[in-house]
Design a protein around this ligand. Structure first.
Ligand SMILES: [Zn+2]
Ligand SMILES: [Zn+2]
Length: 391
């Protein structure tokens, strides 16, 4: 089957590479992926693949039915379509024409790879049974498009039995894929603490409720919480990334705003940190006579890869790639987690995207660049897994 998959993908590839350049040149921000979604639909139309569009805004769901008789399982393969507010400086020949917006996270590659896989599986319909759903989602970089697409029913009719996805990874060369069973991405939660004190003269701090001293102690205390409240065996991070307050050398201000992010891998750790930050901030504020407003927002779920699915995907990768590695988990967030949470047999893997001799600038960098060459490998792994899983 591997040779047949390789040959089928090789035939489609030139069209897909052109398409990837088009998508890269016309990047669109989260939930504004109108042109990208239209391009996706035009390719599905061209290949006679049925689809629903306008799901959760700009989301598209393609559907391919296998023609072989069999168990009739359903697989969903997911790609995200959105770009980032970054001025591209990658120097590539098909750089963004949309100033200040760039595919700096490689979602152009994800979309093209899924279209390549779709066109190939459509030609290979006689070789599998059941259904393949192709999920093109909006908004991964902001509030997430996966959860709203689930709410609009993409996992039902027919019910999905497995979900897979990939993310390009610039620290790995083209021809490499990385797999990680279990916890893979953290939850990327956010919090705000507003310390409302009472300002006054720098020379008479005893007459004020100084929000600056409270802020200083809160920052030190909350960044230390993971080391004492979470097991040293569980990764956890509290990072304060914003501190705003004060405007003069001799005036104690009325208030200070602290904002930051919490990264953990389980709901129980989340609960502990969420409560502890609030308690710490309120108690320290109370010492200095300040009021405390605390807001904690749970964003994406942690992404936990299914062990068996990861193993099967890795086996598929072994058929096509030279190097298959075990990846470390990341403290970044990824809203594919809503699919791994909803459907047990699900996993995401990393696909190396950096050419030999290239620097491999990180995701979200203005110099990030993903090679066209990784598309073929991603599509091969998806197709191989699809045929194997559905039979
Ligand atoms: Zn990103
Ligand atoms: Zn991304």
């Amino acid at each position: 089957m591997a040779d047949k998959i390789k040959k089928t993908i090789a035939e489609i590839l030139p069209e897909i590479i052109d398409l990837r350049h088009k998508i890269h040149m016309r990047p669109e921000l989260s939930f504004e992926e109108y042109e990208t979604a239209a391009l996706v639909c035009s390719v599905l139309d061209k290949h006679g693949i049925e689809y629903r569009s306008g799901i959760a805004g700009t989301g598209v769901l393609g559907i391919i039915k296998g023609e072989k008789s069999g168990a009739g399982k359903t697989l969903l393969i997911r790609a995200d379509m959105d770009a980032l507010p970054v001025f591209e400086k990658s120097g590539c020949g098909f750089a963004s024409e949309n100033d200040g917006v760039m595919h700096a996270c490689g979602h152009d590659v994800h979309t093209s790879t899924l279209l390549c896989c779709a066109a190939a599986l459509n030609k290979l319909r006689a070789d599998f049974s059941g259904t393949v759903k192709l999920m093109f989602q909006p908004g991964e970089e902001t509030t997430g498009g996966a959860e709203p697409m689930i709410k609009e029913g993409v996992l039902e009719n027919p019910k999905v039995d497995s979900c897979v996805a990939l993310h390009v990874e610039p620290s790995m060369k083209v021809g490499t894929a990385g797999f990680k069973p279990g916890p893979f991405y953290a939850c990327p939660d956010e919090f705000d603490i507003i310390i409302k004190g009472r300002g006054g003269h720098a020379a008479t701090p005893q007459k004020c409720a100084d929000p600056i001293i409270a802020a200083a102690q809160i920052i030190t205390a909350i960044e230390n919480l993971p080391t004492r409240l979470i097991s040293p065996l569980d990764p956890a991070a509290v990072s304060v990334c914003m501190v705003n307050g004060g405007a003069a050398y001799n005036i104690i201000p009325d208030s200070v705003h602290i904002g930051g992010s919490v990264r953990v891998f389980s709901d129980s750790d989340r609960e502990i940190i969420e409560n502890a930050i609030g308690k710490t901030a309120r108690n320290i504020c109370a010492i200095y006579g300040a009021e405390c407003e605390y807001d904690y927002r749970r964003l994406f779920l942690p992404l936990i890869n299914d062990k068996n699915t990861t193993e099967l995907l890795k086996d598929s990768a072994d058929n096509y790639l030279e190097t298959v590695v075990l990846s470390e988990p990341t403290m970044a967030g990824e809203d594919f987690s809503y699919l791994t949470d909803a459907v047990k047999s699900s996993a995401l893997f990393w696909l190396g995207c950096t050419d030999d001799g290239c620097e491999g600038y990180p995701l979200h960098s203005e110099r990030f660049f993903a090679s066209d060459k990784c598309i073929e490998y991603g599509a091969e792994i998806f197709c191989d897994y699809a045929v194997k899983f559905l039979n």
